[in-house]
Design a protein around this ligand. Structure first.
Ligand code: ZN
Length: 158
């Protein structure tokens, strides 16, 4: 699959796949969630250490294909130091980008731009969205006041 991507996008994706970011150990995460993409078999675990409304550290553990791993790595890279509101905005951009929809181009998204190479492969869009769906689910659950730290696994099916 990766070899079918446009060269420019592929290089960025493969670089994240080989050297994924977000491998810091977080001992007492404030937010933790797991995601699963049954279509491809990708599994991901995201842990966040918060400083009030800001994400201080991100830990992403992904066992999956190149696309899901690279996307999780990009998530770790861009979300560190961002507020929940900023992260939600970026997650919405990722979704729009993968669906070929319009998005706010004034927001800096860095390497995430390379994910638009994936939109040509609908079945792989779920791989690219997995980490983002998992993160947003976790944030939403926290905001609705759930005290449960370990959530049930979410999928990208919904
Ligand atoms: Zn995958």
């Amino acid at each position: 699959m990766a070899e079918e991507l446009d060269e420019m996008y592929r290089d960025i994706i493969m670089e994240h796949y080989r050297y994924p970011r977000g491998h810091e150990k977080i001992l007492n995460p404030d937010i933790i969630n797991e995601g699963h993409n049954p279509v491809c078999g990708d599994e991901i675990e995201i842990k966040l250490k918060m400083d009030k409304d800001k994400i201080e550290t991100v830990s992403v553990n992904c066992a999956g294909c190149a696309i899901s791993t690279a996307s999780g790595s990009m998530l770790a890279e861009i979300c560190e130091g961002k507020t929940i509101a900023e992260v939600k905005k970026i997650a919405a951009i990722v979704k729009a980008l993968l669906k070929g929809e319009e998005f706010d181009e004034n927001i800096e998204i860095g390497d995430i731009e390379a994910l638009q190479g994936v939109k040509k492969f609908p079945v792989r869009v779920k791989c690219a969205l997995l980490s983002w769906t998992t993160l947003v689910d976790a944030i939403n659950t926290r905001e609705t006041g759930a005290t449960e730290k370990r959530l049930t696994a979410s999928t990208t099916e919904s």
